[in-house]
Write a protein that binds this ligand. Structure first.
Ligand code: FAD
Length: 289
C-alpha cells in the first residue's frame, strides 16, 4: 500500500483545505470500511487520508421539525439506536441495520455508503425514496445534490477533487407515510445484495388510497435507481393488490441488471418485482401504524 499522511482536522474548512491541496491524491476517511479495503488493493495512490470523525458538524445526528440530518461521519449504529429515527424513518433504519455486522456498523455510516457509490449500497435506496439531499462543501462554498443524482456509476459520484460530503438531509415524513427497505442475499447476513428495494408511500387520511410513492432499487444497474414511473403509478390509486402489482411490474422494467457471479438478469428482475410488492405492503402497514 502506498504510504499516506493521516490528517485529523476539526473543522470543515480545515478538511476542505487539505482535500484541495492534495486533489485526487486525498480521500476523506469516515468509517474506513470501504476506503481501507480499496487502499490496500491499490485502487488509488493516496498522499493523504482525512479522518472526518473529529469534525463535530459531520458527527451530528438530529431529528427536528424540518426532518433528519445525518452527519457524513455518523456511524450506522447511531442511526438505528435513535428512537426518533426508528419511529419516523424505519426504512432508513432497515438499510443502516443490515450494512455488515455490528463491528462494521460501529464505524461505517450512510455518508460513506453513499460516497462509496456501490450499486449495492444498502443505505442508499431508502434515502432516495425519502427524497434526501446531500450537502457538499468545498473551497468555493456549499451545494446540494439530490441523493438520486449523487451516484454516477459504480464507485463514481458527483463529488470532485476538494469536495466533502457534510451531511445528508432527509425531509420530515408526511402524515400517513411509511417506508421500508429490504434486499435479497443468498445468506442470512453479511453479503452483497443481489437486488434491493426501498419504498416510501403517503396514504390519505382513510389509509385506503395512495397519495404518492417513491421506489428506489439497489444492485440492478450501474447506480442505485429511482424507479420514478413505478412510484408515480401509486398516486391516487386504491391500496390493493392490483395497484401494487402494477407498481412492482414497473419497478421490474426500471431495473437494468447484469448477470454476474451473484445473480442473473432474469433472477434480479424477478427479485425486484417480488421485493417491490413486499416493501410497498410493509410501507403501507407502517403508514397505517
Ligand atoms: C465486512 C464488510 C461487510 C460489509 N457489508 C455491507 C453491506 O451489507 N451493505 C453495504 O451496503 N455495504 C457493506 N459493506 C461496505 C461498507 O461497510 C459500507 O459501504 C459503509 O457504509 C461505508 O461507510 P464508511 O463510513 O466505512 O466509509 P469509508 O470507507 O470511510 O468511505 C467510503 C468512500 O467514501 C469516501 N468518503 C467518506 N466520507 C466522505 C465524505 N464525508 N465526503 C466525501 N467522500 C467521503 C471515502 O473517501 C471512500 O472513498 C461492508 C464492508 C465490509 C468490510
Amino acid at each position: 500500500m502506498h504510504p499516506f499522511a493521516y490528517v485529523a482536522p476539526t473543522t470543515v474548512a480545515e478538511a476542505v483545505a487539505v482535500l484541495t491541496e492534495h486533489g485526487d491524491r486525498a480521500r476523506p476517511l469516515a468509517g474506513g470500511t470501504d476506503l481501507l479495503v480499496k487502499a490496500r488493493a491499490n485502487a488509488w495512490e493516496l498522499d493523504a487520508v482525512i479522518d472526518i470523525k473529529n469534525i463535530p458538524e459531520l458527527m451530528t445526528l438530529s431529528v427536528n421539525g424540518d426532518g433528519l440530518s445525518i452527519g457524513a461521519g455518523v456511524p450506522c449504529y447511531q442511526v438505528y439506536d435513535n428512537s426518533d429515527v426508528v419511529a419516523q424513518y424505519p426504512g432508513i433504519v432497515d438499510g443502516a441495520s443490515i450494512i455488515g455486522g455490528i463491528q462494521v456498523q460501529s464505524r461505517a455510516g450512510l455518508g460513506g455508503n453513499l460516497c462509496n457509490a456501490a450499486p449495492s449500497g444498502d443505505g442508499i435506496p431508502a434515502l432516495i425514496a425519502h427524497s434526501a439531499v446531500a450537502h457538499i462543501a468545498n473551497s468555493s462554498g456549499t451545494r446540494e445534490v439530490a441523493v438520486e443524482d449523487f451516484c454516477t456509476g459504480p464507485s463514481r459520484t458527483v463529488l470532485e477533487a476538494g469536495d466533502l460530503l457534510v451531511s445528508i438531509e432527509v425531509p420530515k415524513p408526511a402524515a400517513n407515510s411509511g417506508a421500508a427497505y429490504t434486499r435479497f442475499i443468498p445468506r442470512n447476513e453479511m453479503d452483497i445484495a443481489v437486488a434491493g428495494v426501498g419504498v416510501y408511500v403517503v396514504l390519505d387520511d382513510s389509509g385506503q388510497n395512495f397519495v404518492s410513492g417513491r421506489i428506489a432499487l439497489a444492485s440492478v444497474g450501474p447506480t442505485p435507481i429511482l424507479a420514478s414511473e413505478a412510484g408515480d403509478s401509486l398516486a391516487g390509486k386504491p391500496v390493493n393488490d392490483e395497484t401494487i402489482a402494477v407498481a412492482a411490474a414497473l419497478a421490474k422494467n426500471a431495473a437494468t441488471p447484469i448477470t454476474d457471479m451473484r445473480g442473473t438478469v432474469d433472477q434480479r428482475k424477478q427479485l425486484v418485482e417480488v421485493l417491490t410488492g413486499r416493501m410497498i405492503n410493509k410501507a403501507v402497514e407502517r403508514a397505517r401504524g
